[in-house]
Write a protein that binds this ligand. Structure first.
Ligand code: ATP
Ligand code: MG
Length: 658
């Protein structure tokens, strides 16, 4: 079909699930069969993984699409499910959080302690006037109080909106206003890359920008670094003053299954971030169920998800999914290179981590640093590796499997979105084989498809648009305050189908390969080219650690392929013309049509807080335009270095034509 990428670079390797793991896996082939036979029956069964104060009477009400109601009539408390019920079951002494601060301070928090702390925080928030339905903004580093604050809100039925601690005052202000938040929970600061970075001043800044329009009554400040912060006694209170003295007894109220749980803003990779609303019952069922099945979680596992709490992965797979399963997990505050580049591997060795969940961007960074670093540590406890955020390039997949997973641990490449709330397409590690670069097949109970322009399923071997054909429990319920935009953005392209914005190919065996955003697909002389595949080809060159590809307007070809690459540190300057080598390499791997017009070697790429490359900003650079909305960029100085580096740009640029 004309709209879709025509050039493919298949990796034909595939890994079967390890026999031992398969023999004891939580989810078996029966899960697929059960869900296929009776999808709603499957989701009714999965609802048994959580505790309901009152049972639901109907699994799904889809009488007013695209507005879904899951587990109709059921009542529950999300925080009770994540904390209290484990204590009641006799597991109060189990460690919930192995917190590791960047400076090296550690705190193990048991489920019993977490219950007390969440209850105290819920009592404190109540004293500050928070009632069910009020919104609370959370702007914290990766410290236990972030988890406690989220659960305290959930306990009160007060939807939280977590804003990444790396965001600016402007980004915080716009979210506070959009959600109409009455309280902001923040810290004096946090530790990053060996230094303290202040947070509270950004809150002050945001609130003073809002002036009389600020909906915020109080700012609750956690003392993390001890640095001096401005304090306004009229609005500001210390967390330890209001929480520590509160009672550890708090009776959780049961809320309707559709009671709002939180609003989370998308990464903003394709445009202005959207406030995605998740509700309680369906969201908790799907995150709890997928944590159990996709990570094959067992009670003695030590789990570590490296995502920040300010990203949906931090919500679904640091807070709600793992804690509802009673998991023990690592919570690490800092960066992978503080104080040294082996920090992650040291943590895995020290804590005996068995399940690791991270992003391809991190893996490529480790590839850039070299495999000798993880090789210094004992990583043999790892039994499952997860990947999220973007397609994992085959090269990175092989590296992850070999140098982190001991060539044995299966990789679960999990495709999902802020909007989907939980995993949607992923291998089940004891059942599904793994093909490097493919998210494989929809999980049980999920009906995903690849369709053409007319909304018809494509044949195996063809590409098209990734859609979801049936509602799923953790689906977004709307865009906060904007039902119309919800309908337009996700449900208007084809009748009755949720369109996610991603392009995909279904291979000869029916496995799904994500090809990047359809907006990013390039049209070069009439050929549709996928960014993901050209990037993978570049990363498969031994000198390249990371690559980002965009299409730039071109008088001759319509669009031209423009690439930005980061070289591996081992890529010695051996006098060869690396740009010419790379262009030839892409031509060899994919075809001459995919050869980049221009390749720029850069020290960093513009990424969101969740590590996604912001291609639309690179497109602005490639087309010499004003840079668009960069508010969700993790590090704003990267754009300056790309923009400012004109002379370096010229030095490193390849010949501008094929
Ligand atoms: P915005 O919607 O504001 O542009 P975003 O789409 O980057 O931002 P997220 O919800 O954080 O916001 O990211 C979801 C997207 O990430 C998916 O639509 C997909 O493009 C990509 N993605 C996530 N996991 C995978 C994966 N395993 N393989 C391929 N792509 C993935
Ligand atoms: Mg998106």
């Amino acid at each position: 079909m004309s709209e879709q990428p025509t050039i493919l670079a298949p990796d034909r390797t595939s890994f079967a699930p390890p026999t031992e793991l398969a023999a004891q896996a939580n989810a078996t082939a029966d899960s697929y069969a059960d869900a296929t036979a009776n999808r709603l029956g499957y989701w009714a069964d999965q609802a048994g993984r959580i505790t309901w104060a009152e049972p639901f009477t109907e699994v799904l009400d889809w009488s007013n699409p695209p507005f879904a109601k899951w587990y109709v009539g059921g009542r529950l408390n999300a925080a009770y499910n994540c904390v209290d019920r484990h204590v009641e079951a006799g597991n109060g002494d189990r460690v919930a959080l192995h917190f590791i601060g960047e400076p090296g301070d550690t705190r193990d928090i048991t489920y019993a302690q977490l219950k007390d702390e969440v209850s105290r925080a819920a009592n404190a928030l109540t004293d500050l006037g928070i009632r069910a339905g009020d919104r609370v903004a959370i702007y914290l580093p990766m410290i236990p109080e972030a988890v406690v604050a989220m659960l305290a809100c959930a306990r009160l039925g007060a939807p939280h909106t977590v804003v990444f601690g790396g965001f600016s005052a402007d980004a915080l202000a716009s979210r506070i206003v959009d959600c109409d938040a009455r309280i902001v929970i923040t810290a004096d600061g946090g530790y990053r890359r060996g230094a303290t970075s202040a947070l509270k001043p950004a809150v002050d800044d945001a609130l003073s920008k809002l002036g009389g329009d600020s909906p915020v009554d109080h700012v609750v400040v956690v003392r993390r670094t001890g640095q001096h912060v401005p304090f306004d006694d009229a609005t500001d209170v210390w967390w330890h003053d209001v929480v520590d003295g509160s009672s550890p007894d708090h009776t959780p109220e049961a809320f309707d299954s559709e009671h709002p749980l939180y609003v989370m803003y998308t990464s903003g990779t394709t445009g202005t971030p959207k406030g995605i609303l998740h509700t309680t019952g369906g969201y908790l069922v799907q995150t709890t169920s997928t944590f159990w099945s996709v990570f094959d979680h067992k009670p003695d596992d030590v789990y570590w998800c490296t995502a920040d709490i300010g990203w949906v992965t931090g919500h679904s797979y640091v807070v709600y999914g793992p804690l509802a399963n009673g998991a023990s997990q690592v919570l690490y505050e800092g960066t992978p290179d503080a104080p040294h580049r082996g920090r992650w591997w040291e943590i895995i060795q020290d804590k005996g981590v068995t399940i690791l969940y991270t992003a391809p961007t991190a893996i490529r960074t480790f590839m850039k640093w070299g495999e000798q670093i993880p090789a210094e540590y004992d990583l043999s406890t790892l039994r499952i590796l997860g990947s999220v955020g973007e397609s994992i390039n085959p090269e990175a997949y092989h590296w992850y499997r070999e140098h982190v997973g001991g060539s044995n641990a299966p990789i679960v490449d999990t495709w999902w979105q802020t909007e989907t709330g939980g995993h949607m397409i992923s291998p089940l590690p004891g059942v599904t084989e793994g093909k490097p670069g493919s998210a494989m097949t929809p999980l049980p109970g999920i009906v995903a498809d690849v369709v053409d322009d007319a909304g018809q399923s494509v044949a195996n071997g063809d590409s098209g648009y990734l859609v979801i054909r049936e509602p799923w429990p953790a689906m977004l319920r709307t865009i906060w305050g904007d039902d119309e935009r919800y309908r337009d953005t996700y449900w208007s392209r084809w009748e009755g189908m949720y369109f996610a914005g991603d392009g995909a190919r279904r291979d000869e065996d029916g496995a799904i390969w994500l090809l990047g955003r359809v907006d990013d697909v390039m049209n070069v002389s009439g050929h549709r080219l996928s960014t993901t595949e050209i990037e993978s080809a570049l990363v498969s060159h031994p000198k390249v650690a990371e690559a980002a590809v965009v299409g730039a307007a071109d008088n001759t070809t319509g669009q031209a392929v423009v690439a930005f690459v980061i070289l591996r540190e081992s890529a010695a300057d051996d006098g060869t013309d690396v740009v010419a080598d790379l262009r030839a390499h892409v031509a060899r791997e994919i075809g001459p049509i995919a050869k980049p017009r221009q390749i720029t070697v850069v020290p960093e790429l513009p990424k969101t807080r969740s590590g996604k490359i912001m291609r639309r900003l690179l497109r602005d650079v490639a087309e010499n335009r004003e840079i668009g909305d960069a508010s969700t960029l993790a590090d704003a100085s990267v754009m300056e270095s790309l923009r400012g580096g004109d002379s370096r740009h010229a030095n490193y640029c390849g010949t501008p034509r094929m």
